[in-house]
Design a protein around this ligand. Structure first.
Ligand code: C5P
Length: 220
């Protein structure tokens, strides 16, 4: 598939470990700058969900057909948010062929957003160096592990998921290990990404920090 690239669009690439607040920030930034937003983790979660739900059907052709017919609104399904799906996503996302299948979906999203958007914003694990290496802005968003676990625990509680803080902490540690240590597309901070540590910052403060960086380059 040949990817059409729209000219003169603003592209923002974000990488981050699980539950660091990147999604919330990316959404706010996308809204502010009218960017087409994709939480790429949801694609892996979508595949993981199908693997868990239909293990007998699950194979490469099945994944291919799921990605071919994938619509952005399928990714807001709340079933994708569970911890079990998150862990499975971090396991299947190590598979090279699977990453190849989802590659073009992400490229098309990043480089050819619908006309009503001024550009795109993607967050994930390999966005800054593999999916959108020529992004206008690159951020690595992180927070200390206990803060991340607390935030994820609160989110899951809101969704009425039966899980303890200790279990959430354990699963985030497991996912970090999978994401940082894997050979294919590991999570890393590239030299050209700006580090944003959200541990002691409110959502608003994080947003303003990023906005300041973007505005300085865009309007000066
Ligand atoms: O971002 P989220 O926690 O929803 O991602 C679920 C999993 O999908 C991650 O733990 C990671 O293993 C995988 N992922 C990935 N590459 C991306 C985004 C997510 O491997 N670009």
């Amino acid at each position: 598939m040949k990817i059409i690239k729209r000219k003169n669009i603003l592209k923002i690439a974000i990488d981050s470990p699980a539950a660091a607040g990147a999604g919330t920030l990316a959404k706010a930034i996308s809204k502010h700058y009218k960017l087409y937003y994709l939480d790429t983790g949801k694609i892996y979660r979508y595949i993981a969900y199908h693997k868990l739900k239909f293990p007998k059907k699950y194979n490469q052709n099945y994944i291919r057909s799921k990605i071919k017919s994938l619509k952005i609104n399928y990714l807001s399904n709340k079933f994708l948010l569970s911890d079990q799906v998150g862990i499975e996503a971090s396991l299947i996302s190590k598979i090279k062929n699977l990453r190849k299948i989802v590659h073009n979906f992400q490229l098309d999203f990043a480089y050819n957003p619908p006309k009503k958007y001024k550009g795109s914003c993607l967050d994930g694990r390999d966005i800054t160096y593999k999916i959108v290496p020529d992004a206008d802005f690159k951020f690595y968003i992180t927070a200390n592990i206990k803060t991340r676990a607390k935030r994820r625990f609160k989110e899951l509680k809101k969704l009425n998921k039966k899980i303890s803080y200790t279990e959430v902490l354990k699963s985030i540690k497991k996912r970090d290990k999978n994401d940082f240590k894997r050979k294919i597309s590991p999570l890393k901070k590239t030299k050209d990404s700006l580090l944003i540590n959200t541990t002691n910052l409110t959502k608003r403060a994080c947003f303003l920090k990023i906005k300041k960086i973007i505005d300085r380059k865009l309007y000066n």
